[in-house]
Design a protein around this ligand. Sequence first.
Ligand SMILES: Cc1cc2nc3c(=O)[nH]c(=O)nc-3n(C[C@H](O)[C@H](O)[C@H](O)COP(=O)(O)OP(=O)(O)OC[C@H]3O[C@@H](n4cnc5c(N)ncnc54)[C@H](O)[C@@H]3O)c2cc1C
Length: 455
Amino acid sequence: MNSSRNLKIVLSGGGLVGSLLAILLGKKGYSVEVYEKREDIRASHSSAGRSINLALANRGIAPLIRAGVMEEVEKIILPMRGRIIHDVVGGVNFQAYGQKPEEVIYSVSRSDLNRLLMTAAESTGNVTYIFEAEVTEVNLEGRTFHYKSPNGKAQQVEYDLLIGTDGAGSEVRRAVLSQKGSELNSELLDHSYKELLIKSGPDRSFLLDPKALHIWPRGEYMMIALPNPDGSFTATMFLPRTGPVSFEALNNEARVDDFFTEVFPDMKNLVPDLVTSFLKNPLGGLGTVKCYPWSYEGSALLMGDAAHAIVPFHGQGMNCGFEDCAAFDELLEKEPVQTESDLKALLLKFQNLRKPNSDAIADLALDNYIEMRSKVIDPRFLIKKKMEFELENLFPEVFIPRYSRVMFQHTPYKDAKYFGEVQEEILEQLYDDYVKDQKIPVQKAQQLVQAKLQN
Ligand SMILES: Cc1cc2nc3c(=O)[nH]c(=O)nc-3n(C[C@H](O)[C@H](O)[C@H](O)COP(=O)(O)OP(=O)(O)OC[C@H]3O[C@@H](n4cnc5c(N)ncnc54)[C@H](O)[C@@H]3O)c2cc1C
């Protein structure tokens, strides 16, 4: 093996995770090549056919700070302090995400963030992007792959370390999982999504409150909207793929028009050409991918969606992928890599550290769909939300709402999931007393917190 700084590191995929990782590796002095199948999005207005804006949370921000790009990212993000719930008759209700001023999440454009990260990676002087280069035919044993370029010629590339940051449909994952004993659990959700653009008002003004994430919960399905810096919002409709109320059933102008009139009447004034846009805009699939292993010997690794695609309902896919990058960077800092077996051990350590956490956020993300589309209007859920904040005030540092642990803190996801389950039990045990007396039964709460959370 080359000495560690002379490793030829190749990334397959220059999306959000690949580009952040390229910055961190480039800054450490590694020479990195990034093969990206799309054209250079900095030269186009493409959003790469993927969701247009994303929620960035604290655990995604910490790796951006580590990479030294947060000052630039600050310029393209919009804070969201809570959810605004829209009912069927146009009424709205604000639900704060947290109770401290710093407890906010941010809306960011996927393509603007990707552009910024690519430029920052190149400016390390050690990162080269090869665009319109689709990685195929990964040969792990021989440490080579081919890439297809627009001229159609397949070219072979050799590497020391190949990192698959090529997203949910990863080609590198296909190769890594061809090892004996591999596991792949890939589940397509029976709901899909479609995006709609809510126009800006005069002088790029916002037609909805820009300081919140908007939700139109409708029980079995929902729509959400996140603000964009130009005064518009990107709305995303999540619906079953098939069935009586589904994308499949909404297949002509009259049905779409009736559907919006009945369940999302306010959208008719917000989205220009609503019916045409709905019928024309592409449908996106959603799913969860859990796999094992994430590495091959000391020469290939998966990261980001390639290792763990999750459904978007906790707004954590990118955040989790960014945490992967920081965790890998930290390991590289701590563990000297001199031999191939050092590198193999480091890749395994990374996998063992991150997999339990990505499995946990995958489960939490599925749960959160039900929270967003129906629980946010359930009186029992709303009372428990209030109780959570009161318990947090009574037992700060110990009783921290699950949402806050995931979105505002850096608690490992698996711990956030565990504490969330325990706290749910506590809430259930206090619920009847709280409803009867309209206040937390402090002594009982103290006993429960002590027994279940402080041991
Ligand atoms: C509707 C929706 C909403 C979401 N909302 C949020 C949110 O609010 N917050 C959040 O944190 N996450 C969110 N996510 C998840 C987030 O988009 C992903 O987790 C994130 O994009 C993963 O980044 P990645 O770089 O691993 O993969 P990707 O973003 O998929 O990037 C992979 C890159 O690899 C390239 N590529 C693929 N195959 C090859 C190949 N064979 N050769 C070369 N290049 C290749 C692709 O062109 C792409 O550029 C959302 C996802 C969806 C679908």
